[in-house]
Design a binder for this molecule. Sequence first.
Ligand code: PEP
Ligand code: MN
Length: 338
Amino acid sequence: MIIKLKNSVSEEQVSRLKSKLLNQGFELHESIGESTHIIGVIGDTTSFDINSLYAYEFIDTVLRVQEPFKKVNRKFKPDNTIVDVSGVEIGGKNIVIIGGPCAVESQEQIDEITPLVKEAGAKILRGGAYKPRTSPYAFQGLGVEGLEILENAKKKYGIPVVSEIMSLEDLPYFLEKVDLIQVGARNMQNFNLLKELGKIDKPILLKRGLANTIEEWLMSAEYILAGGNSNVILCERGIRTYETSTRNTLDISSIPVIKKLTHLPIIIDPSHAAGRWEYVESLSKAAIAAGADGLIIEVHQNPELALSDGQQSLKPLRFKNLVDSCKRIALAVDRTLE
Ligand code: PEP
Ligand code: MN
């Protein structure tokens, strides 16, 4: 249930209302925006008489929220959430590009690629250290050594880093070494992991599951917010359909749907959606035109020799050209890409 308060409401009136609701066992989520003051009420409100609240003259409207997700719901917080990733803001007017290899392969590889992606316009470096591979015989990632390599790059080149966590036992390394913790598509519904990530305050990049609905995806985000961590960025990376020409089908429509349903930012991963490097630029431009807050793109200096996902990785020059053409799309939709 949400309670919209009138602009003229006083602090004393708000605290009187809040005490009444807290005494009834509800959890409250207050959001004060530019022109809105909302109290979100979480708990079983089925037997609560909504009309009784209109006795308070400072209450404007009371609405029941039908959706199962509450804290991520835009009805609870009409203003966009901006997530700060070590100084890089995601969810504001400026579109943020994340670039880097699928997997961290060596210190030399990261030392070569980092200045190139940074120079091309990437504000955050990506690199997987723990890789969720379909085959147990494929390269599984360098583990904690991979995180250390990213940490070195972060210090040397002054760029925040993002990497995927697969297991809770590695959380202490992630807390120490990365700026943004990625939850991959395969772990979107690993609820124990989500609960623990709710207890920290580091930003989380939550990818959409391979075959999950938008509502299931938002419920996973709700787990993290319910635990107390509201620094969540959603990432659409394509879903499984009957189409086989691309690795996944990029659900562009998820962008306006997400923008309507939640205040959280959304970025797009055109690399895992396309599965082929030659489609990545078109999907990137489409994503920005549709309102995405950023992109996460795989870049490799020598895709032919990449230890994972070479077929969908851009060479640095192509990546730079992509960022330049995305700048023009950004301006056309009244955003910036700086
Ligand atoms: C990745 O980003 O490297 C990755 C494995 O992506 P996803 O979880 O979307 O498949
Ligand atoms: Mn990959």
